[in-house]
Design a binder for this molecule. Structure first.
Ligand SMILES: NC(=O)c1ccc[n+]([C@@H]2O[C@H](COP(=O)([O-])OP(=O)(O)OC[C@H]3O[C@@H](n4cnc5c(N)ncnc54)[C@H](O)[C@@H]3O)[C@@H](O)[C@H]2O)c1
Ligand SMILES: O=C(O)C(=O)C[C@@H](O)[C@H](O)[C@H](O)COP(=O)(O)O
Ligand SMILES: [Zn+2]
Length: 361
């Protein structure tokens, strides 16, 4: 059963296909792009699991080669982009070649960025194999890498031509990574409506044990929500900034703890709790609503407290967030479930939230 969700961006529109066993059928969709060469970018963990499946499916369409990256957030950097560019050079890739990103969000962001800059931009296909990538990172065209100074500081918007999410690949995903995916799913629940949030909340245990029926609903729900937002605001001049809920806090945690120490989804989950607390201090959210957000994050198996990172360093990190302007930090805040604004907040309230969350003064 293949579910299709469309990202509507005029000439750059594309479908997101989700369902079990799609890697085996991938060639049929890639062929439609009429590529001169296919370069699959993956990493050393995903390669032994799924590379052969995708390669076999693409055989006969065009010459297929692959680039295997080291695994981990700490390798989401220029050096990995260079490896992909070297692979494209070795393959003799031209402007009509297609990159296939096979893996989680790290591989997708790096491969998408390489696609955006190779010969000033070639097409790429996302084959997300983590829950987080299937519900979030493969959709919307944000590509790029980290700098030591901060998360995703380098990159561009470059939409994929197609997203193919084979839900069967989730069966080999470690439990910690499933929980990380739930960080973004809970975020979507908070951005969507109370009914979607409640459905995610009620089905937390089923999602964590990868119940097929519930998982299909949640992946479709998150993709529809994100596709709808991206279709309205591709380059984040307005509503797309709401997809950053929890991320001003989360990105600071990832950087301060050292990239890869906290998973992105873990930092986002904890960031959602902090964003909810900040919203409560602003008078926008009730104590009961804060409790529900905290309980959702906790029951996803995600951390809800920081423990010991330095508070002032966190504020310095947040000033470098991409939503900041003139050194003023802007946060996505919640006004109940399903309603958000993006605003500057009093520094005193921010400090109170950070202390409450476990930051060290
Ligand atoms: N571009 C966007 O819109 C966007 C959105 C959200 C997150 N991101 C980025 O995505 C990254 C996080 O992505 P992630 O959570 O997928 O992490 P990840 O890419 O590091 O993958 C998580 C781990 O799972 C492994 N893995 C992948 N698929 C597997 C499978 N099927 N079976 C077993 N192991 C598998 C990976 O090798 C890795 O060790 C972060 O860098 C984040 O900034 C980008
Ligand atoms: O697609 C978006 O827009 C998002 O913000 C999705 C986030 O989950 C994702 O982590 C994104 O990469 C963060 O973007 P950034 O612009 O803050 O780096
Ligand atoms: Zn994210």
């Amino acid at each position: 059963m293949v579910k299709t969700t469309e990202v509507n961006l005029g000439g750059r529109s594309y479908p997101i296909l989700t369902g079990p066993g799609l890697l085996e059928q991938a060639g049929a969709w890639v062929e439609k792009l009429n590529p001169t060469r296919i370069v699959i970018v993956t990493n050393e963990t995903v390669q032994p699991l799924y590379l052969e499946r995708l390669t076999t499916s693409c055989r006969g369409i065009a010459p297929v080669s692959s680039v295997i990256l080291p695994d981990g957030e700490r390798f989401k950097n220029f050096s990995s982009v260079q490896k992909v560019l070297d692979g494209l050079t070795a393959a003799g890739a031209d402007r009509h070649s297609v990159i296939c990103a096979l893996g989680g969000g790290v591989v997708g962001d790096i491969a998408g960025f390489a696609a955006a800059i190779w010969m000033r931009g070639i097409r790429f296909v996302q084959f997300p194999t983590t829950l987080l990538a299937q519900v979030d990172s493969s959709v919307g065209g944000k590509t790029g890498v980290n700098l030591p100074a901060g998360k995703n500081l380098i990159g561009c918007f470059h939409q994929p031509s197609l997203v193919v999410a084979d839900t069967q690949t989730l069966e080999t995903l470690p439990a910690r990574e499933v929980s990380a995916g739930l960080g973004e799913i809970i975020k979507h629940g908070l951005l969507g409506d109370a009914a979607y949030f409640d459905m995610v909340f009620r089905n937390m245990a089923a999602i964590r044990r990868l119940d097929h029926e519930v998982l299909a609903k949640v992946i479709a729900g998150s993709c529809e929500l994100k596709a709808g937002i991206v279709s309205r605001d591709e380059k984040e001049s307005g509503i797309r900034a709401t997809l950053n809920l929890g991320h001003t806090f989360g990105h600071a945690i990832e950087k301060l703890a050292g990239f890869g120490t906290w998973l992105h989804g873990e930092a986002v989950g904890c960031g959602l709790v902090l964003a909810a607390d900040l919203s409560r201090r602003l008078g926008y959210l009730t104590q009961e609503e804060l409790g529900r957000v905290t309980e959702a994050v906790r029951s996803a198996g995600l951390p809800v407290r920081i423990e010991g990172l330095p508070l002032e360093a966190a504020i310095a990190c947040m000033k470098g967030d991409k939503k900041s302007a003139g050194g003023h930090i802007r946060f996505v805040v919640l006004h109940g479930i399903g309603r958000t604004t993006v605003e500057e907040v009093p520094m005193e309230l921010l400090r109170q939230t950070l202390l409450w969350g476990g930051y060290r003064p």
